[in-house]
Design a protein around this ligand. Structure first.
Ligand code: AMP
Length: 425
């Protein structure tokens, strides 16, 4: 076939999808333990939500969004991230009305037109967590602890938590001026992109990956001296809380994240097992996002973790994915008589109703029934515990030969006995 999946987009095939289900199961349980309720959000939103929310000087909005005009002439964008949609939804449905707090989570595909490489795709999956309506540091600590707990339960090792504060609209402009002055004196060492971003958003220069810019950014002043009293106290409270919980983290003055809506806390969790795209999770506080998209004041803090990358790290570190969903039984029809075929069909269905995973012969691509020998071969290939061979005895009664595929032992039983014996084994 000439038609392939578009560049940067992957199929998650059956031998991988059960691992995804495991990650999401563990995630859902952890969310419940931390009091977060699941929410399902649309995959596309009005473009304005992202251009105003994420910020139009960000890479995401400038170059990575899948935007189009729908047949009704509306500007639509496939969501590049979930936070803006979460805030939109909470405001639209009054989830935080009268000062209530909302702890939410969702997961699903996000879309960014990025250069594909290992761990970076154009459609990728995020687990997204948001706590809305709480301004205090406890909410930040809970969110960071929740992300770390999901990774702990999944068995991820050697992760590094990096933490920073990006200030607020009161103190960030002061830092912005200091930074701008620093970068202007080192203008000749900056890359093309950074020169373009210099006036509009000098903070973004801090996370440029170009070595020349990196050296200039390393020598740049840290934000800590510029933080206002409120941001400084919040930053200290977050660190104290993490210390109380015994979390190890590193302060990184260059951590600014690629989205403009962050205020105060910014953090990432990194893995050394991912290569260049080393962040499994990123998040922070965004107290002004709601207002920037036309909503009321609604403080928030959250994170997004990349499911594709979590899976990459788990595979690299040989983490357990629980039990794969294996078929237990293969039902074989000994011959092609209607009585035997119907009995095989019924046995298969009854076992499935008992919650036993079963496969049966359903003919071939031409609709032809297959011989008992060919069916036994399929049972072998399927790696099942039991082959149940359905036949008629001399008295025309339906009987089932249960073959233990590990030991080769065979027992003849009545069809009604099969489920009990499989469960007891
Ligand atoms: P962000 O929304 O950019 O803060 O990203 C949060 C997390 O999503 C990152 O730490 C990654 O784990 C994941 N992520 C972001 N972009 C991609 C991508 N293009 N492909 C795969 N995972 C991604």
């Amino acid at each position: 076939m000439d038609i392939k999946a578009p560049r940067g987009v992957r199929d998650i095939l059956p031998d991988e999808s059960w691992r995804w289900a495991y990650v999401l199961d563990v995630t859902a349980k952890t969310m419940a333990d931390f009091g977060h309720s699941e929410i399902h959000l649309p995959i596309f939103e009005q473009t304005e939500l992202f251009s105003r929310g994420v910020g139009d000087t960000t890479d995401i909005v400038e170059k990575e969004m899948y935007s189009f005009t729908d047949r009704g002439g509306r500007g639509i964008t496939l969501r590049p991230e979930a936070t803006a949609g979460m805030v939109r939804s909470a405001v639209e449905h009054g989830l935080c009305a009268q000062g209530a707090a909302s702890r939410l989570w969702c997961w699903g595909p996000m879309f960014r037109y990025e250069r594909p490489q290992k761990g970076r795709y154009r459609q990728f999956f995020q687990i997204d967590v948001e706590t809305l309506g709480l301004a205090g540091a406890v909410a930040d600590i809970e969110v960071i602890a929740l992300s770390a707990e999901i990774f702990r339960r999944l068995g991820l090792k050697n992760l590094e938590v990096v933490l920073n504060s990006v200030g607020c609209p009161k103190c960030r402009p002061i830092y912005r001026e200091k930074l701008l002055a620093h970068f202007l004196t080192n203008k000749d060492k900056l890359c093309k992109d950074c020169l373009l971003r210099l006036d509009r958003n000098p903070l973004r220069l801090l996370d440029c990956k170009e070595p020349g810019c990196g050296a200039v950014a390393d020598a740049a002043p840290a934000i800590y001296d510029c933080l206002c009293d409120e941001c400084a106290a919040h930053f200290e409270d977050v660190q104290n809380g993490l210390n109380t919980l015994g979390f190890r983290y590193k302060l990184d003055k260059r951590l600014v994240r690629g989205l403009d809506y962050y205020t105060k806390t910014a953090y990432e969790i990194l893995s050394g097992d991912l290569g260049a795209q080393n962040a499994v999770c990123g998040g922070g506080r965004y107290d002004n996002l709601s207002e920037s998209v036309g909503g009321p004041h609604l403080p928030g803090v959250g994170f997004a973790a990349g499911v594709d990358r979590i899976l990459l790290v788990m595979e690299e570190q040989r983490c357990s994915f629980g039990k794969s969903l294996k078929k237990e039984v293969y039902v074989v029809a000994q011959d092609d008589t209607p009585a035997v075929r119907n009995a095989a069909l019924s046995l298969t269905h009854k076992l499935r109703m008992e919650g036993i995973p079963v496969e049966q012969d359903a003919g071939d691509a031409l609709g032809k029934k297959r011989s008992a020998k060919a069916q036994m071969k399929s049972a072998d290939n399927a790696g099942v515990a039991w082959a149940c061979i359905v036949s008629q005895d001399e008295a025309q009664k339906i009987v089932v030969v249960m073959k233990n595929m590990t030991t080769g032992e065979q027992t003849t039983v009545q069809p009604e006995e099969v489920a009990r014996r499989v469960k007891e084994a």
